[in-house]
Write a protein that binds this ligand. Structure first.
Ligand SMILES: NC(=O)c1ccc[n+]([C@@H]2O[C@H](COP(=O)([O-])OP(=O)(O)OC[C@H]3O[C@@H](n4cnc5c(N)ncnc54)[C@H](OP(=O)(O)O)[C@@H]3O)[C@@H](O)[C@H]2O)c1
Length: 237
């Protein structure tokens, strides 16, 4: 069964490209949603669009560990979350490893690694307390197939995957799970609308990624823990 009826889903980084598709899919599956992003205006627009399902929307800087912990206690302890989809992302790269500024390495580490640690630490207890706790991130194929021009991004994504797989290890013996969904690139409805005639062959539609997250977080995904689920074909990575 792929229903999320009765589940409270926290989407972190909800204001980004994938956010609207994920919120739409979770709501349609019966979930109530709590949204977090760094920008309140983007969240307000999303909450207004999906007002039937969105319970609350909060601007929290996920780089601030104390703010994330305080948010986990204050905003969700009365009504704990069952599911966390951590969607914060960003990219820098395009130059060979030896030429990529160290600042880019730090920026990507902050964005992809530190935010994941903060969110995982703050919500692990709520997820194990739920009878159906779920944690998931979206990773990139570069994490297991690094290239010189994507070295910093690949390294940060590999580290964020390791955090999720470690969380999954800690969930063994509980009903909670943690998984990684891997895509080469995301095709959002906005991108499709802007360039309807472009060949988007290598991209994965945001709606399909949202469906994968719903599946993993539903009763049907109960046995999936510590998995790296690739939404593309070919290659061992
Ligand atoms: N887009 C792709 O092709 C692709 C490919 C593979 C994997 N992924 C992964 O898929 C996930 C979703 O992608 P996406 O394109 O929707 O991500 P995104 O738009 O890059 O990021 C999601 C949201 O997180 C916000 N954010 C950044 N720093 C934050 C912070 N410190 N605290 C709170 N929120 C913060 C972003 O705000 P700002 O925009 O202001 O930074 C944005 O609204 C990401 O994990 C990404 O790495 C994406």
């Amino acid at each position: 069964m792929t229903s999320l009826a009765g589940r409270r889903v926290l989407v972190t980084g909800a204001g980004g490209g994938l956010g609207p598709s994920v919120v739409a899919a979770a709501g349609a599956a019966g979930a109530r949603l709590v949204l977090v992003d760094v920008a309140q205006d983007r969240l307000d627009a999303l909450a207004a669009e999906f007002s039937d399902w969105v319970e609350s929307a909060h601007a929290v800087d996920l780089l601030d560990a104390e703010a994330v912990s305080a948010f986990a206690v204050e905003a969700t302890s009365a009504t704990p979350v069952d599911v966390v989809w951590h969607l914060v992302g960003g990219w820098r790269g395009g130059t060979p490893l030896q030429e990529q500024p160290l600042e880019d390495w730090e920026w990507l580490h902050d964005l992809l690694v530190r935010t994941t640690v903060h969110v995982a630490r703050a919500f692990a207890e709520q997820l194990t307390a739920s009878d159906q706790g779920r944690f998931a991130i979206i990773s990139a194929k570069e994490a297991q197939a690094p290239t010189s021009k994507n070295a910093a991004y690949a390294t940060a994504k590999a580290a964020s995957e390791a955090i999720v797989l470690a969380l999954a290890n800690g969930f063994k013996g509980t009903t909670a799970t943690a998984n990684v969904v891997v895509v080469p690139a995301i095709l959002t409805p906005a991108m499709r609308e802007k360039n309807p005639d472009k060949d988007w062959g290598a991209f994965v539609p945001a709606e399909e990624i949202a469906d994968a997250l719903v599946y993993l977080s539903s009763p049907a995904g109960a046995k999936m823990n510590g998995q790296r689920i690739r939404l593309y074909s070919g290659g061992p990575s």
